[in-house]
Design a protein around this ligand. Structure first.
Ligand code: PMT
Length: 401
């Protein structure tokens, strides 16, 4: 596959040479696109020798406009990687500024985009940069998080370009042939449930749905037929996913059990309410001065019921989540056992950058005989890791029959 590697003006530009090598080792063809300031850090001849291609440095270089090169390249590439990406280029991408070859290529291409930011810690944490990163993430751009350590500016902190191998792995994963879940049917739940107290009030929780939607989107990208049962969220249905919107735990339970019979795997990422008002009022409860008592009763435990219904049958594979505050492992293992799950994704929702509402998450993936920790990463990336595990579970099942 042809991959465009954008190199911008940061000290990490020298590591981009290793990124080219790593991508080539995995069978990709690389064309380097350097910004003006990148060329102050590394010479274009280095990239030319390694890529064995002309390095693109300017929109207006002789020959670059015979076929409007940035448009031609935009449709030829399967992926645009930018490593290192400075605050400046991130700002340009986020705001649609196209004043050089790389920023024009970004706007013109429909290929996936992977960005490896690198800059001083304070710059990385500046609200302007954070907002630009959020904007790009919401448009589907993927990131390789910068590392921590000694920065070229003499500071110690976050901002160093990720190691070349991490960039290569993330890039390769994005362009790996899709279709690894072709022919599989997956049922995924996401979002909160709202338990009505009366027509205007409800008991709910902070789930945004992002985690479950990311899993549904990635499963569809891999070719699975996906039904997403979603509690109330503001998110659009991912491409290629059949969505069924529900409100309460009872509605979610009904939708899940209807589809469960015909699927190969179920991933329960929803934050289902454990309690619901015993008797929701038909009309708005009038405010009084006295305290108000609200009796809550247990909701159905959807996942435990699915585990019981499966019994000793091998399918569907059951993946649950455990949302805990503090180290989630012990409680997650109990839930794994009690609900008869094949895998549980345990997240500490009190940890910064993990759990509810954020675009990132960190988790332990726990199965009866294995435990793997994942770092804080985009929910889209964690989704891919969960589905890699699920694919292995499905493959093990197919090998047994
Ligand atoms: O939606 P986001 O903002 O992206 O946040 C993601 C998340 C934090 C919601 C997600 O990562 C997560 O942890 N989801 C599970 C939340 C939860 O309900 O955890 P729990 O430990 O209470 O439940 C354990 C498992 O049982 C879960 O798979 C849950 O879906 C399921 N359950 C719980 C209660 C219930 N009545 N029925 C269930 O099926």
């Amino acid at each position: 596959m042809l991959i465009a590697l954008g190199v911008t003006g940061g000290i990490g530009a020298y590591k981009a040479v290793e990124v080219v090598r790593g991508l080539q080792k995995r069978g990709h063809d690389v064309v380097a696109v350097m910004t003006r300031s990148a060329r102050r850090f590394v010479g274009e001849v280095t990239f030319e020798a390694i890529t064995r291609r002309r390095v693109i440095t300017s929109q207006f270089a002789p020959g670059a406009n015979a076929d409007i090169e940035h448009i031609a390249l935009a449709s030829d590439i399967g992926l645009l990687v930018v490593a290192p990406a400075t605050a400046n280029v991130i700002g340009k991408f986020a705001n649609g500024i196209a004043d050089d070859f790389l920023s024009s290529l970004y706007l013109a291409t429909r290929a996936p985009v992977l960005i490896a930011p690198a800059m001083n810690t304070n710059m990385l944490e500046h609200p302007a940069v954070r907002a630009n990163l959020q904007t790009l993430a919401s448009r589907g751009v993927r990131f390789v998080d910068p590392g921590e350590g000694f920065l070229a500016c003499g500071w110690i902190g976050k901002g160093r370009l990720a190691e070349p191998e991490e960039v290569v792995e993330a890039a390769d994963r994005l362009v790996r042939p899709v279709g690894t879940l072709l022919g599989r049917r997956l049922l995924i739940s996401a979002g909160p449930t709202y338990e009505d107290i009366d027509p205007v009030r409800y008991v709910g929780n902070r789930s945004s749905g992002r985690m479950g939607y990311a899993i549904a989107a990635e499963a569809a990208r891999r070719g699975a037929e996906v039904v997403l049962v979603s509690g109330p969220t503001t998110l659009d249905a991912p491409a290629g996913v059949r969505i069924e919107r529900v409100r309460s735990a009872a509605e979610m339970a009904r939708a899940m059990s209807t589809h469960a019979r015909t699927v190969d795997a179920i991933v329960m990422a929803a934050a289902v309410a454990d309690y619901t008002p015993e008797r929701p009022h038909d009309t708005k409860i009038a405010k009084r001065d006295a305290p108000m008592d609200l009796t809550l009763v247990r909701t159905p435990d959807i996942l435990a019921d699915l585990g019981r219904a499966r019994g000793n049958a091998p399918l569907p594979i059951l993946v649950g989540f455990a949302a805990e505050t503090g180290d989630p492992r012990a409680r997650a293992r109990e839930k794994l056992r009690a609900k008869h799950l094949d895998l549980i994704v345990a997240n500490d929702v009190s940890r910064p950058g993990a759990g509810f509402e954020t675009n990132t998450n960190a988790a332990f993936l726990i199965s009866p005989d294995d435990e793997v920790e994942t770092p804080v990463q985009l929910k889209t990336e964690l989704a891919a890791t969960i589905l890699d595990r699920l694919e292995r579970l499905l493959a093990a099942h197919s090998a047994r029959v």
